[in-house]
Design a protein around this ligand. Sequence first.
Ligand code: G6Q
Length: 559
Amino acid sequence: MKNLQELPAWKQLWSLFETAKNLHMRELFEQDPKRAERYWLEVGGLKLDYSKNRITDEILQGLMALAREAGVEERRKAMFAGEKINKTENRAVLHVALRNRTNAPIEVDGEDVMPKVNSVLERMGRFAHAVRCGDWLGYTNQVITDVVNIGIGGSDLGPLMMCSALKNYGHPRLRMHFVSNVDGAQLRDTLERVHPETTLFIIASKTFTTQETLTNANTARQWFLREGSEEDIAKHFVAVSTNKKAVAEFGIDTDHMFEFWDWVGGRYSLWSAIGLPIMLYLGEENFIEMLNGAHLMDQHFYNAPLEQNMPVLLAMVGIWYINYFGGGSHIIAPYDQHLHRLPKFIQQLDMESNGKQVTMDGKPVQYETGPIIWGETGINGQHAFFQLLHQGTHITPIDLIASLEKRSNLPGHHEILLSNVFAQAEAFMRGKTPDEARQELREQGVDEARIEALVPHKTFSGNRPSNLIMLNEVDPRNMGSLIALYEHKVFVQGVIWGINSFDQWGVELGKQLAKTILSELTGTIPPQKHDSSTEHLIHVYRQTNCDVDGTCALFDEKK
Ligand code: G6Q
């Protein structure tokens, strides 16, 4: 395996960094009147302005050389060819097959996966059509009005984000609900709003072993059986999984199961049957449009030269900050209310993929890997954490995301929104010099002594990087492209760092420990040896929740 730190481009970028760290973007814009035009890229319905980054042509060339030397092109080819690039789980990584709209064969273990991809899509389409047009009836012959998706992580965030983003395309009769938290409050709140006769539950779990999901699913089934019978379950419960046996054991007829496969990672699964809530809500045609948009980005990622390749550019500019400037955080700020779930989705996509500390061959990495991803709708962020972005001491690159087309017909709103996006990007880049601050205060008639006291506080250093991604409109196609863009960005960064972006062993330890602790909390096993803090916490819990004789009800109806 290549050692990143030994690559010539990696070293050359360090020497470029010595000058680059002192460059101010103001000067770069002044020196090159065509900067905005040159650092601009359009793919399908997406436009990217990457001019407000601390980069020059020479740095970009260096970054692209690094991508080549690190093997981005070879790894990309391997992923699209269905090679088992997820080495620790010995799996192919083929979310691209789920939206392979050309149907060109993609083989895993000598078998073309496209026929099964298409067949599940067709089944989903038939089912979604029946529910949407009112042919699929509940046990009292009423149409479905509410869909409750029970799943967590990758089996929740993608459909939740897409249904929220594309609300304008949603079926007027269908109300979508998402239950992920095992805290009974979320399921209880949801069940209070729906009725068993008109509700469809989707139990979404790749493994069908996830504690939170199965607990919620069991409780939902008990709730349903208070009014419906066992035979009625077939009309109200469907499953999405790779695990037929566990679905059958749970009591869902496998005829009502929508399948996907081990080569679809949870956080990459919204294009698979996990996207069933999306298809129910938006309809088959819009779901296919979303796949088309993702496919368009896949084709671009696969074919475009690295220098003109949107995911590669975003990834490599990110590498520049993470590894050279030492900026370990990255913000996603959509200027769009319906995209308010996007930061959470990208947070999982990126952090679960690239939050790794060893390379593919198991050696500890000697450099930073995945950044901390966080964010919020930009306009709300402006009134909260943007202060730190403007005047704090961290390097915090930010992706500003907005729709060019108006999102509502309320006069004036969209203009105000977009003026704020553009203004923030300008402010991050330009800042405000002490002289500008001084001048402004003089114009306000402030006396000289006060001016000098205030200038340091009113000065903005600027030079703070941002990308601006604009969607021509927020529609299924462009949302497909946007999410595929981020998936490939994450992939490219993973290749640079030489890590496996497609496993997630880090989530296992807590799950293992929780099993034992659960048995201790409920008294099914005697207290075990832990650290003194954990033992104390278990003791405090049992004092509050268990009877003196030590019995501790697991499912307490009263609570
Ligand atoms: C995603 C992760 C994780 C997973 C959940 C739910 O890439 O693996 O978020 O999606 O843990 O798992 P199940 O779908 O198996 O219930």
